[in-house]
Design a protein around this ligand. Structure first.
Ligand code: SF4
Ligand code: SF4
Length: 304
């Protein structure tokens, strides 16, 4: 049996998702990630601790948050409010004081039992659509006890499970949960180690080694590739990826086209967006990427 008292930091539970595996799914987003990809569209997932988000469109300018802050960390500026991260201690007084929800906490400690109750509410949709639950992030493997408790509980209830992972974790962690994961959504970004370090903050060696070991376990694996123009859509990278995947007999590839709609999220968190000037991926660019990978006999899907 799973440890229903295990706790973890979650920043979102998305219901009726159709992009994180087969059928209709509930996606649980774990907070905290060892990578910091320049194109990350969930910047609120990166830090393992709680954060404060400011929604300018909900702000009525009452100033209650400014008055409530014990550290004078908030001030009015020409564009609403700014929060000084060096002064802010994340005490959340401003969140409690705000009458409109414009100041919001992101990240909550939850028990496995509590999350399972939420998951089970939609069992009927999973059964009818061939769906289930996807554990995403952030990197769920960073909270291995919590993840394992949820996977074991889902297995006991015959709920299909998918794990969306960067693969950047110890092999011990992956091996520990592999038997309870019905489908891995395994992200591959860049084959060149130097570029991988530059654009994600970490080496790709562990990720590729883990992928080879995982493929040898006969686990069900879909490869996911975020396609970022000018960063990983070049022929060298794609061919190298194609060679690796065919050598491991991994055929199912999901390409996730880059879009720049996450920019607003960075503003709300008070963080700079590394790709502020990069336009979304054009259809023609995506076609070219698809053709290169298809030549390796891979089954290419767009999105998902
Ligand atoms: S979380 Fe606390 S310290 Fe930070 S801005 Fe809000 S009230 Fe001030
Ligand atoms: S308390 Fe809320 S609504 Fe009032 S100024 Fe602060 S963020 Fe805006």
């Amino acid at each position: 049996m799973g440890d229903y008292l295990a706790t973890g930091m979650v920043f979102n539970v998305q219901k009726y998702s159709i992009h994180d595996g087969p059928g209709i799914r509930t996606t649980i987003f774990f907070k905290g990630c060892p990578l910091a990809c320049w194109w990350c569209h969930n910047p609120e997932s990166l830090a393992a601790k709680q954060e404060i988000v400011y929604w300018q469109d909900k702000c009525i300018g009452c100033g209650d948050c400014v008055k409530s802050c014990p550290h004078a960390a908030i001030a009015f500026s020409g564009h609403g409010l700014t929060r000084n991260p060096e002064k802010c201690t994340l005490c959340e007084s401003c969140v409690d004081a705000c009458p409109t929800g414009a100041m919001e906490r992101v990240g909550q400690i939850r028990t496995a039992d509590d999350v399972m109750q939420e998951i089970e509410k939609d069992s009927i949709f999973y059964e009818e659509s061939g769906g289930g639950v996807t554990f995403s992030g952030g990197e769920a493997l960073r909270q291995i006890e919590f993840l394992e408790a949820l996977l074991v509980a889902c297995k006991a209830r015959r709920i299909h499970t998918a794990l969306d992972t960067s693969g950047y974790a110890s092999w011990d962690s992956l091996a520990r949960i592999a038997g309870n994961v019905d489908l891995f959504l395994y992200d591959i970004k860049l084959m060149d180690e130097v570029k991988h370090r530059k654009y994600t903050g970490v080496s790709n060696q562990l990720i590729l080694e883990n992928l080879k070991k995982l493929a040898a376990t006969q686990s069900n694996i879909w490869i996911r590739v975020p396609v970022i123009p000018g960063i990983n859509d070049d022929e060298d990278n794609l061919k190298s990826m194609g060679e690796l995947l065919t050598s491991l007999n991994l055929r199912d590839v999901y390409l996730l086209p880059y879009h720049n709609i996450a920019m607003g999220k960075y503003d709300r968190l008070g963080k700079p967006y590394p790709l502020a000037d990069l336009p979304s991926l054009a259809d023609q660019q995506m076609d070219a990427v698809t053709q290169i990978l298809k030549a390796f006999g891979l089954h290419i899907n767009i999105g998902g």
